[in-house]
Design a binder for this molecule. Structure first.
Ligand code: ADP
Length: 406
């Protein structure tokens, strides 16, 4: 279908499919703001629900049976053109659809327009991301079925990190395992690291090509990336998103011998060990309180020493990565804080930045009180800037989608 429109008329539908959930936004590419967004939860389970809202603040919650991703997409598309809660007159206003895809393996170093060949390659990546890629593929197939003429683009969490060099991404394992199983560091959160690094260049009023940045995506899942000239050269997540920092429920980096030791002692199968490391460790395991940093902060203030310990470990982990990445970058222009904790937790930012003056970091504690805004929170003369930049993965997906389909 030939589509010739000005950017001001263009609307991109962004889809992020999980195994039982689907998040979506329709973004107006003129204003770069969402005009509708929502979440489908409990797909294929009892109690499925769609929560949808539009710019005016109008919100609708629909509880109905949603057996699969096709039904979820069908419901979302119907809602987008609903007379009362819709944001579109007609679905033909959607210029293209951008899908978040977790794992692109080594095949994808940038976003791509989806065709049969890409679909095949996505299926080949399932082994690397058995939990994430199947729902992503289901979402793409559902959109192909419901909106056959509309171009679709895949935007990968891993793509941004494909610029890392072998010395960064090859592990100390027999090299054949890299060839045979694809075991290497891939890195994740790439869309977020890319977005905030581009925004940092705007905020610093310097070309991205000249900047040495460390981007700290600190949410429930957390990763750090060293970015030189707009390219990822190192990142903390690895073969899977379990690696690197201690996270809400994930252990992060461990002595690998601990895994087999616990498996033997606790009699765990491979699946049980995987579940344990992903869901029962991290800040939740240490604090015994919650995986949510807000709850942990409250408990720590009330004197819970394990909660305080979880916060201390997290700040220490982030600091260690900053130090190591400053070495990898051979200098540092700015640190970026983003995602739930990075954008909101000013105490955590202050703890991380404490005693980093050797890097030229000097936080302005007053400015650092900011939450969820794009702000330079360092003192005027600080050599290395500290930036708070709310991430916007949906916008990044929409921008890539537009660029590839215009
Ligand atoms: P994800 O997208 O990985 O699920 P988010 O980026 O939404 O995660 O981040 C969620 C985390 O951010 C939670 O642990 C939450 O406690 C934390 N968070 C959100 N707001 C605050 C705040 N004001 N102070 C401390 N932590 C916060």
């Amino acid at each position: 279908m030939e589509k010739l429109k000005g950017v001001e008329e263009m609307k991109i539908l962004v889809i992020n499919c999980g195994s039982s959930s689907l998040k979506y936004q329709v973004i107006d590419m003129d204003t770069k703001n969402p005009i509708a967004k929502g979440l489908v939860e409990r797909i294929g389970l009892p109690g499925a629900v769609l929560t949808h809202s539009i710019t005016s603040g109008k919100k609708e919650v629909i509880k109905t049976e949603i057996p699969n991703h096709v039904a979820a997409i069908e419901l979302v598309l119907k809602e987008l053109v609903s007379p009362e809660y819709g944001a579109l007159q007609d679905l033909s206003e959607i210029y293209a659809i951008g899908h978040r895809v977790v794992h692109g393996g080594e095949k994808f170093s940038k976003s791509v327009v989806i065709d049969d060949e890409v679909m095949k390659a996505l299926k080949d990546c399932i082994e690397l991301a058995p939990l994430h890629n199947p729902p992503n593929i289901a979402g793409i197939k559902a959109c192909q079925k419901m909106m056959p003429g509309t171009p679709q683009v895949a935007v990968f969490d891993t793509a941004f990190h494909q610029t890392m060099k072998p010395a960064s991404y090859i592990y100390g394992l027999p090299y054949e395992y890299y060839k045979k199983y694809g075991i290497r560091k891939y890195g994740f959160h790439g869309t977020s690291h890319k977005y905030v690094s581009q925004r940092a260049a705007v905020l610093l009023k310097k070309p991205l090509q000249e900047l040495k940045l460390i981007s700290c995506h600190l949410g429930n899942g957390a990763s750090i990336s060293a970015i030189r000239g707009g390219k990822s050269i190192e990142t903390s997540m690895g073969f899977t998103p379990l690696d690197g920092l201690m996270m809400g429920t994930r252990s992060g980096t461990l002595d690998p011998a601990i895994v087999t030791y616990i498996m033997c002692r606790e009699n765990l199968s491979c699946d049980q060990a995987n579940d344990f490391l992903n869901n029962k460790c991290g800040a939740l395991g240490v604090s015994g309180v919650s995986s949510d940093f807000r709850d942990i902060e409250v408990a720590a203030k009330q004197g819970n020493f394990r909660a305080q310990l979880a916060l201390d470990i997290f700040a220490h982990d982030v600091k260690q990565f900053i130090g190591s990445y400053a070495a990898v970058l051979n200098g540092l222009d700015a640190i970026i804080f983003t995602a739930g904790v990075g954008e909101n937790a000013s105490n955590m930012r202050a703890d991380i930045c404490k005693n980093l003056d050797f890097l030229g970091i000097d936080l302005d504690l007053e400015k650092n009180k900011v939450r969820g805004e794009e702000v330079d929170v360092s003192k005027a003369n600080a050599r290395c800037r500290v930036l708070v930049i709310p991430t916007n993965e949906e916008l990044m997906i929409a921008l890539d989608t537009l660029e590839l389909t215009m």
